[in-house]
Design a protein around this ligand. Structure first.
Ligand code: ADP
Ligand code: MG
Length: 509
């Protein structure tokens, strides 16, 4: 009897152990299966975002072709290829004190430059930067411009010559306004649409400079808008001031855009356009570029569909600082829905735009062995704690995939511009010359924007792709030059070159 009991207890214990083991094994199998699903999401993302050099070259060609189409007729391409009426760029001979306002992204800048009349001799420059209060981005035009004019007034008064200025000589101001504008001259133009986080309905279709000039006069500032440009044109102006080989400018910050110097005879949509220099700066509005060769994923499509401007700014939504963090957030959300990598679904992960691009950069560039920065950001931004190391590594990988695609596409865009103006070493899109016949000229591209200047991995991927697309020999002749605060300082330089000769040198026959 005793033996039977002992055997019975032993059997029951063995059965319990078996059951326990099978629960553990079952859990492990399930967790392995979920991890495999996560890796599947990653693999799918990597495939969707792949930018082998062959694909980048297709994007280069598409960019050059769309540039032609946008110059051929109004509405001929998603690239607006807007005339800027800027037909000469600062060359160093400018003299005097000029102001500029730079509005168009996260920050707003007020600047003053003193020019000595010799190239590279900006005698003094002073820049003040402040964030635009979020509520003003979608408030009324009066609220936004009163805020700007007040900041300008404070700046002018602090600079010492305020008292005279309010009463006496009218000062010339360069206004950098980085939204699509249909220019009617170098100092005036009509807002086509808002982009990035701005939306003030009453301004669409209206003369932009009037809003600023009226606000300045409400504040008692005796200033006039000498030039109205966007940030790319300002950047090109400063780039050209320092280096006459500067042919294009690219901004990669909150948004992205580019402009370049074009021959007037290539601007077919504007027949009879004559300028004294035979050229004009074209504002591409390349954020709106689109091509079927762009590597688009379901995350991009969903981001676009949920945005206030669906089907618009497609290139920008893959490249610029406003969106990279949001793409990564969408992938992380999908992963945590498919598995339990973060335990129960973290509620913050469902909030659009909660993961900002500088956070992506900080996680991507975390070189600590335990990825402590990744852990900190996941906790602080998304309230997710105790994330295992292998999941933290996965997060870094996601940042890498999304940033790498963005940087490589930006590089393809730049080569597209060089190709359009025959500076990519291929002899242009119509040329039949071979590479060896072509004399390669030094081409400088002025570049600005927080994504490029502050995100080292982004910058390195972009440079790497330029060399891959162009080949080392040609890439050596393409120089990307950062122009600090170029968008604003360049506008002040343009104000200098245009206010001394306010007669419009552009003629439309
Ligand atoms: P804006 O484009 O607003 O005029 P900036 O050129 O200074 O201003 O760019 C700011 C943008 O650059 C931010 O919105 C952000 O997306 C991006 N950015 C800024 N700092 C970093 C960083 N350290 N890493 C990655 N992106 C950054
Ligand atoms: Mg800017």
């Amino acid at each position: 009897m005793g033996r039977v009991v002992v055997v019975g207890v032993a059997l029951a214990a063995a059965a319990a152990a078996c059951a326990f083991a099978s629960v553990v094994v079952g859990r492990r199998v399930r967790s392995r299966r979920k991890w495999r699903r996560v890796l599947g999401v990653l693999a799918e993302l990597e495939e969707g975002c792949a930018t082998p050099v062959g694909r980048l070259k297709q994007v280069v060609d598409a960019m050059a072709v769309e540039m032609h189409a946008g110059l051929a007729s109004e509405g001929g391409s998603k690239l607006k290829m807007l005339l800027t009426f800027v037909d000469r760029l600062p060359n160093g001979s400018e003299k005097g004190t000029y102001y500029a306002l730079d509005l168009g992204g996260t920050n707003f800048r007020v600047l003053r430059v003193q020019l000595g009349g010799q190239r590279s001799s900006i005698m003094e420059q002073h820049v003040e930067k402040q964030p635009i209060p979020q509520h003003l981005m979608t408030s009324t035009s009066e609220n936004l411009f009163d805020f700007i004019a007040s900041s300008l007034k404070e700046f002018v008064e602090k600079e010492g010559d305020g008292s005279q200025m309010l009463l006496t000589r009218r000062r010339e101001l360069g206004f950098t306004f980085s939204f699509p504008v249909k220019q009617t001259s170098f100092s005036s133009g009509i807002l086509i649409k808002w982009t990035k986080a701005f939306y003030i309905e009453d301004m669409v279709g209206r003369e932009v400079k009037e809003y600023l000039e009226q606000a300045m006069s409400r504040k008692g500032l005796n200033m006039g808008v000498a030039v109205l440009v966007n940030d790319t044109v300002g950047t090109l102006a400063l780039g050209h001031y320092h280096d006459a080989d500067t042919v294009a400018a690219v901004i990669i910050g909150t948004g992205t855009n580019a402009c370049y110097w074009e021959r007037t005879d290539a601007i077919i949509k504007c027949q009879g356009l004559l300028t004294t220099t035979g050229g004009m700066v074209i504002n591409m509005e390349w954020g709106n570029f689109w091509s079927s060769h762009l590597p688009r994923t379901s995350y991009d499509m969903e981001l676009d569909a949920d945005s206030p401007n669906p089907n618009d700014q497609g290139f920008e939504k893959m490249i610029s600082g406003m969106y990279l963090g949001e793409i990564v957030r969408r992938v992380l959300l999908r992963m945590s829905q498919e598995s339990d990598i973060f335990g129960a679904l973290p509620s913050k992960l469902s909030m659009p735009f909660i993961l900002r691009t500088p956070m992506i950069a900080a996680m991507h560039e975390d070189d600590s062995p335990e990825l402590t920065e990744v852990a900190r950001i996941l906790k602080d931004a998304l309230e997710i704690s105790d994330v295992p190391l292998k999941v933290r590594k996965l997060v870094v990988k996601l940042c890498d995939v999304v940033t790498c695609r963005a940087a490589r596409l930006a590089a393809a865009g730049i080569v597209g511009i060089l190709k359009k103006i025959g500076r990519d070493g291929s002899g242009g899109i119509t040329g039949g010359r071979t590479r060896s016949d072509v004399k390669i000229r030094r081409s400088v591209v002025a570049i600005e924007g927080g994504l490029y200047t502050s995100y080292t991995m982004f910058r390195e991927y972009l440079h790497e792709a330029l060399s891959e697309i162009l080949g080392e020999d040609i890439a050596r002749h393409v120089i990307l030059k950062v122009t600090d605060d170029g968008s604003g300082i360049g506008a002040a330089l343009l104000a200098a070159s245009y206010s001394s000769n306010s007669v419009d040198s552009v003629q439309l026959l």
